[in-house]
Write a protein that binds this ligand. Structure first.
Ligand code: PLP
Length: 377
């Protein structure tokens, strides 16, 4: 990544060297299919079993509650679509979920609950929706928003769901949470939880779905019956081994990283806001340390991203291009952010490889790009 200022960790974060090292033997020497019956297969199977145990420890659940999937999207889809397939009824979610949750909920005729201006789910509205519908089978509320970084009070959500819809299964998309929040505090509150390895230094193409508390979402990938009939398909042994190592390392370093990255985020936002007019979409107190979501009134984020790219800054805007026009994201629309701000939205996301030098150079690039675009008006 020489010459690149990588501030797009929420999209994907570099693999941890220990994870690469752990997976390599399973790509080269120990390539057997773990479903086989010979000793070579048994070695691969043991590696998957040990990885499952390691993931379970990092999440505070039982090994039997850990299902390996093909990505975070698949884990989310299974939690929603699999629950509705198993039990019928209605799925309920929030309006700011990742499309991996929102789309299956809406496709099944479910309901998306409103959020406030910081992206927190409206608990009164959630209460109303659950009270007015006695067939809710699954509720899915994300632990951390991928676009603006808002952290959900899952204890409060769980309280409302258990009180108003005691029969519903509660799922959380915790894909953006693993680096910043001890998930042992979240798993006891929910029945299902989704993770994606490439968001915490594991490889792309591995997801985790925790299934506990009597939840039993139907499989959405059927075939050979792997993962105890919950997710068929030959196990991605190397990817699973690396996922467990990356999650354990993330877990061990979390406290230090939260402090370190929080300071870097503050430095980034202060450095930008001391030079140009900027709106911080969610205050740092409500967001994970890794996400700084900023809106620059009067400029189009497409142009800003282009200029930043020419300066080597990798960032994201999370806007969708519909009918040739940049539309503000569904997240910012649900938060009621005015169009003039949402159009100039920029997500800078930090991670385990981010340094102070990178932050200073990126802040300088953002300031000069914004000044240039504003000067050009
Ligand atoms: N959920 C959230 C909150 C995400 O941020 C992402 C990825 O950006 C996903 C789900 C999908 O994960 P994956 O890329 O593994 O399919």
């Amino acid at each position: 990544m020489d010459g690149l200022l990588y501030l797009d960790h929420a999209a994907s974060t570099p693999m941890r060297p220990a994870a690469v090292q752990a997976m390599t033997p399973f790509l080269t020497d120990c390539f057997a299919n773990p479903s086989g019956s010979h000793r070579f297969a048994r070695t691969a199977r043991r590696a998957v079993d040990e990885a499952r145990e390691q993931v379970a420890v990092s999440l505070g659940v039982l090994p039997g509650e850990v299902v390996f999937t093909g990505c975070g999207t698949e884990s989310d889809n299974q939690a929603v679509t699999g629950s509705v397939a198993h039990r019928g009824g209605v799925a309920v979610t929030s309006a700011v979920e990742h499309h991996a949750v929102l789309d299956p909920v809406l496709a099944s005729g479910g309901v998306a609950v409103a959020v406030d201006e910081t992206g927190h789910i409206d608990l009164d509205e959630l209460t109303r929706v659950l009270r007015s519908n006695d067939t809710v089978s699954v509720v899915s509320i994300m632990t951390v928003n991928n676009e603006v970084g808002t952290v959900t009070d899952m204890a409060a959500v769980s309280k409302v769901v258990r009180r108003e819809a005691p029969g519903a299964w509660l799922h959380t998309d915790a894909v953006q949470a693993a680096c910043w929040i001890d998930l042992r505090e979240v798993t006891p509150l929910v029945d299902m939880l989704s993770l994606s390895a490439h968001k915490f230094g594991g490889p792309k193409g591995v997801g985790v779905l925790v299934v506990r508390g009597g939840a039993a979402p139907a499989p959405i990938i059927r075939g050979g019956g792997q993962e105890r009939e919950r997710r068929s398909g030959t196990s991605n042994v190397a990817g699973i081994v690396a996922t467990a190592v990356a999650l354990a390392e993330t877990d061990a370093e979390r406290d230090v990283e939260v402090e370190r990255v929080s300071a870097l985020r503050t430095r980034l936002v202060e450095s930008i806001s001391s030079s140009v007019d900027v709106h911080e979409t969610v205050p740092s107190s409500a967001s994970v340390p890794g996400v700084a979501h900023l809106c620059f009134e009067g400029i189009e984020n497409e142009a800003l991203l282009f200029l930043l790219d020419t300066e080597g800054v990798c960032a994201s805007a999370a806007s969708a291009c519909a009918s040739g026009a940049m539309e503000p994201s569904h997240v910012l629309a649900a938060m009621g952010l005015p169009r003039k701000l949402a159009g100039g939205a920029l997500r800078l996301s930090l991670g385990h490889t981010t340094t102070a030098e990178e932050i200073d150079a990126a802040a300088q690039a953002v300031v000069s790009s914004v000044e240039r675009l504003r000067g050009a008006r």
